[in-house]
Design a binder for this molecule. Structure first.
Ligand code: FMN
Length: 326
């Protein structure tokens, strides 16, 4: 079903009806929002923000992500609408002038980036060019020039940019056991990482055994937090990379494959409310011997619930990180 329009709510003078329609004539669904609920939605959309609204029944929710708005309402199937589409219609209905923003990224403050509008090329902010490189470069300018906003605690949990912006490594884990389904999700996320030629030149060892974890502490320069609730060792497997390149290149590819997979796992863990510490300081030979493998490890990712939630660390200015080659 696709979100199609906003119209007056006949039962509530100042509220509205949001209408979804399917392919079939009879296939439709309608959500009625009262004034307060509608005002909350308008408030978030007019700021190009993300967030969560709990409806009056205290059970139903609307989650506004940068790309999609999800309505989880009692008595309805999950209804979704593209944020861009709903924002346009809702703000028009509320008679709030709104200039579509094609990109807004604030990377330093705790706030998610925005998405690239579908109509980006039609807005005046986008230079008229079909040249791919120019487009990318103007996006870079937009990133560099955007103003950071302050933290909005109501931001949606599922916004990937929120996860990037709020992730913080942990070296002190709570004793809480990690749910198996979360581990499954982390491993599945690692498997979605790109790999050279899609040959998946890596292997992940999921260490559950306490003795092995202790041995890994030793192999990691005695870093005690390696003995974490979940320990993943990312190893390179260049033999899987069936590309006609010298062994050195294949080695390099598998190192990148393993590193990227670990990075995806780290982000996934953060998205699941967990925290992690990336361990690069390892004695490779020792790790290989502990795991009984001839695959060289690239990193160990130690995951758990953080003992204490802490804000993300600061970074150098984005302008210092990036050099634009005009
Ligand atoms: C390649 C690499 C190697 C790292 N090795 C270690 C390590 O051996 N021990 C450790 O405690 N942290 C290690 N870290 C974690 C970094 O210290 C940490 O990510 C950094 O301070 C930034 O903090 P943040 O992750 O909270 O943003 C490593 C991180 C990376 C990316």
């Amino acid at each position: 079903m696709k979100f199609t329009k906003v119209e007056p709510a006949y039962t509530s003078k100042h509220g509205c009806r949001l209408v979804w329609k399917g392919i079939d004539e009879d296939d439709s669904d309608t959500v009625i929002l009262n004034k307060d609920e509608f005002d909350s939605l308008v408030e978030i959309l007019k700021k190009d923000a993300t967030g969560k609204i709990t409806l009056d029944d205290q059970v139903s929710t609307i989650i506004i992500n940068s790309d999609v708005i999800q309505f989880t309402l009692q008595g309805h199937p999950l209804l979704e609408a593209e944020t861009f589409e709903m924002q346009k219609q809702v703000l028009e209905y509320a008679k709030i002038p709104h200039e579509p923003q094609y990109l807004h990224v604030s990377s330093k403050e705790f706030n998610p980036s925005r998405w690239i509008r579908k109509d980006a090329k039609e807005t005046h902010q986008m230079p008229e060019s079909t040249d791919e490189q120019n487009v990318r470069q103007s996006l870079m300018h937009a990133i560099l020039n955007s103003n950071p906003e302050k933290t909005d605690q109501s931001l949606s949990e599922s916004d990937v940019f929120r996860i990037f912006a709020s992730r913080r490594s942990t070296r002190k884990f709570a004793k809480t056991k990690i749910e198996d389904w979360k581990i499954d999700k982390i491993l599945a996320a690692a498997d979605t990482a790109p790999t050279a030629g899609n040959f998946q030149g890596l292997k992940i060892f999921y260490v559950k055994n306490d003795t092995t974890k202790e041995a890994l502490v030793e192999a990691a320069n005695k870093q005690p937090y390696v003995n974490a609730p979940a320990v993943l060792v990312f190893c390179m497997d260049p033999s899987r990379v069936k590309l006609k390149f010298p062994p050195k290149i294949l080695e390099k590819f598998s190192m990148q494959d393993a590193t990227l997979a670990a990075s995806y796992a780290q982000i996934a863990a953060a998205g699941l409310g967990l925290s992690s510490i990336w361990i690069g300081m390892i004695d490779e030979e020792k790790v290989m011997s502990i795991l009984g493998t001839d695959l060289r490890p690239s990193s160990i990712l130690c995951i758990g619930y953080p003992d204490k939630k802490r804000p993300p660390k600061s970074r150098r200015k984005l302008k210092e990180l990036i050099e634009i080659i005009e």
